[in-house]
Ligand binder design. Structure first.
Ligand code: GDP
Ligand code: IMO
Ligand code: MG
Length: 426
């Protein structure tokens, strides 16, 4: 077995990019398997920051193969801009190194317009999407009218598919949202140069992954978003439109699940959320502001301020259960430094009792009250700690309590954004 999944255990932005970059050392191939450029994964190496939206976070390691799987929705314009930006720094982003699956669905202009029109038409109950066309592209996939990267290899077919899809989209754009309808030939004219540049990247990715396994290579699957943004198991309807669980590494890439042996669940030492939706441990007070400013909690994709709160073990327990966590990677522990007390939500009060797992009814999280346990904080900066024993005793106790409450062992602890600011527990 030789597949490892790294995924987010909360509401996204847990620091997956950093952990994937770090673990790429142990892998030969890095595969994105869902989501699109709603993701923003930040890597910091030697003080230099790179934000990736589509290209796997292993790209900074020369020689590692990077794959965009069929479960992703790909905006060709964003993909090519990322290719150009990374290429300009001297990195190899040629089709020999970077592959896009034939079956990856493509985001076009009408998906973005629909996403934005729908959000602005909502008076209340806005989801707070990233406006990148993610939902509408996944809708087309499920409705079996989507355009896929493989269609870029047959321009005639691409033209037919775009035109056919546009008839319906224009009815929505013009009829429902009062927008100008899109012109099919103009859209095609804008789209073809992009399609021609993406075409050489289109590859049989399931075969590529299988070959890697057969030659003894290790494959790392990079999740996007987080468990509680999952379309089924997240805080619906305030979720994204893909399956964000570790198990989707198989269907989202074409890898057989029997090769997946390791699941690294990335967890921020507190909780953040961008966009709308319930957030039981959200802090409206000065501590929330402390986490937001010390943690520099601004969305890497939209620049929106992230909402902040205490770590929620009810949600983490559910994540461990849903994803089959083999180890936790705890990030941003340094952000808690300087707080006198740290709270952990260990259960919810719900319908007169206490629950350890999130209730299943829609919007149930709106009505729960967190039950907190309080632990002592620690003073001083921990950003230079490189071993478990370097951490203050209070920080170690906090982490040990997280292990106990989640039922999963901690492997990695991150104490700063840089690749080097990391330590292993054992
Ligand atoms: P992702 O979407 O899960 O990859 O996470 P993001 O990149 O959107 O957000 C995580 C942010 O926290 C980025 O700005 C990272 O550089 C930063 N980060 C990651 N790990 C740490 C850490 O241990 N400490 C601090 N202070 N920042 C971190
Ligand atoms: P990474 O991979 C945090 C959120 C949006 C919104 C909801 C639906 O960087 O962790 P969408 O555009 O997907 O239809 O928006 O999901 N969201 C994220 N929040 N991190 C992300 O990705 C996110 N991707 C989507 O803010 O609430
Ligand atoms: Mg992010």
């Amino acid at each position: 077995m030789s597949g490892m999944v790294v995924h987010g255990a909360q509401w996204g932005d847990e620091g997956k990019g950093k952990i994937v970059d770090l673990l790429t050392e142990q892998a030969n191939m890095i595969v994105r398997f869902h989501g699109g450029n709603n993701a923003g994964h930040t890597l910091v190496v030697g003080g230099e920051k790179t934000v990736l939206h589509l290209i796997p976070s292993g790209i900074l390691h020369p020689g590692k193969r990077c794959v965009i799987g069929n479960g992703v929705v790909l905006d060709p314009e964003v993909f090519l801009a990322e290719v150009d930006k990374l290429g300009a720094t001297g990195l190899d982003v040629s089709p020999g190194r970077l592959a896009v699956s034939y079956r990856t669905h493509v985001i076009t202009t009408y998906h973005k317009l629909l996403d934005q029109a729908r959000e602005s038409a909502l008076r209340s109950g806005k989801i707070g999407t990233t406006g990148r066309g993610i939902g509408p592209a996944y809708e087309d996939k499920a409705a079996r009218v989507g355009i896929r990267a493989g269609d870029f290899l047959d321009e005639k077919l691409l033209a037919v598919k775009l035109k056919r899809a546009l008839a319906e989209k224009n009815a929505l754009l013009a009829g429902l949202y009062g927008m100008e309808p899109l012109d099919a030939s103009k859209l095609l004219e804008e789209f073809l140069p992009l399609a021609r540049r993406v075409a050489p990247y289109v590859t049989d990715c399931p075969a590529l992954i299988q070959k890697a396994y057969e030659s003894g290579q290790r494959v790392l699957f990079e999740g996007a978003q987080g468990t509680h943004l999952d379309i089924d198991h997240g805080t619906y309807p305030f979720v994204t439109s893909s399956c964000c669980l570790s198990g989707n590494a198989g269907p989202g890439s074409g890898s057989s699940p029997r090769y997946l042996d390791t699941v690294v669940s990335v967890v921020k030492a507190y909780t953040t959320r961008v966009g709308s939706g319930p957030f039981p441990t959200e802090l409206g007070c000065v501590i929330g502001e402390h986490l937001q400013s010390v943690g520099a909690e601004f969305g890497a994709t939209t620049g929106r301020k992230r909402r902040c709160g205490w770590l929620d073990m009810v949600l983490l327990r559910e994540s461990v259960r849903l994803n089959g966590t083999t180890e936790l990677a705890i990030t941003k522990l340094d952000v808690l430094s300087g707080l006198t007390e740290i709270k952990i939500c260990v259960a919810y009060k719900h319908k007169g009792g206490q629950v350890l797992y999130p209730p299943q009814e829609e919007n149930a999280l709106e009505g729960v009250q967190p039950v907190y346990e309080t632990m002592p904080g620690w003073p001083g900066d921990i950003g230079s700690c490189r071993a478990w024993g370097d951490l203050p005793a209070e920080a170690r106790d906090y982490l040990l309590r997280l292990e106990e409450l989640s039922g999963a062992p901690i492997g990695i602890v991150s104490v700063g954004p840089d690749r080097a600011q990391t330590l292993r527990k054992s």
